[in-house]
Design a protein. Structure first.
Length: 181
């Protein structure tokens, strides 16, 4: 997906975002203001709300919830996952810039398997879990962002990745759990 891709209206949220962007662009052009719609994909950090997928997965690892984790693994989820600090850095660069583009994508620019993130956290922290990592092919309907405009126009590059965010999230959740005990 790039800045010129047609956005599909699959949900009420998507429809709202598309209509809000259209209205903001009309306002931008009418009043000649600086406005850029920043499109970003999945992004995580240790501060992420617990209702999102990665914190739920990390909680499953900590609680050794094999049934939940194996069900997630079986879903074979792929996404364009980023570290939230990189997204924040991109937002700052775009905000400080004098450039006035209509849309910019901030993303990792690639598909990453949630299974590989789970495996990374488990292996990195020497956690013994009986998980069934299936040999599944990536889902064909997964999309990822083309971040080439953010890189070329704003000098934005990722410094961290989703594996760092997942491990930071794990350490943070373990630390909080230990403080409660």
């Amino acid at each position: 997906m790039n800045e010129k891709s047609i956005t599909l209206r699959k949900s009420d949220y998507t429809r709202f975002r598309i209509e809000a962007d259209k209205e903001m662009l009309k306002f931008k052009n009418k009043h000649n203001i600086k406005y850029t719609n920043i499109i970003f994909f999945n992004h995580d950090s240790k501060f992420r709300n617990q209702k999102f997928i990665l914190p739920r997965v990390i909680k499953g690892i900590i609680n050794k919830n094999i049934t939940f984790l194996n069900s997630i693994i079986k879903e074979n989820i792929y996404g364009d996952f980023c570290h939230a600090e990189d997204i924040c850095d991109g937002i700052l660069k775009i905000t400080k810039s004098s450039k006035n583009l209509d849309k910019v994508i901030l993303s990792s620019g690639k598909l990453t398997s949630l299974n590989s993130i789970i495996k990374h956290v488990v292996d990195k922290n020497n956690i013994r879990l009986n998980l069934n990592f299936y040999k599944l092919k990536s889902k064909k309907n997964s999309i990822y962002g083309d971040n080439s405009i953010a890189k070329s126009k704003f000098g934005w590059n990722q410094k961290k990745n989703i594996y760092i965010a997942a491990n930071d999230l794990y350490k943070n959740m373990i630390s909080r759990t230990n403080k409660l005990m």
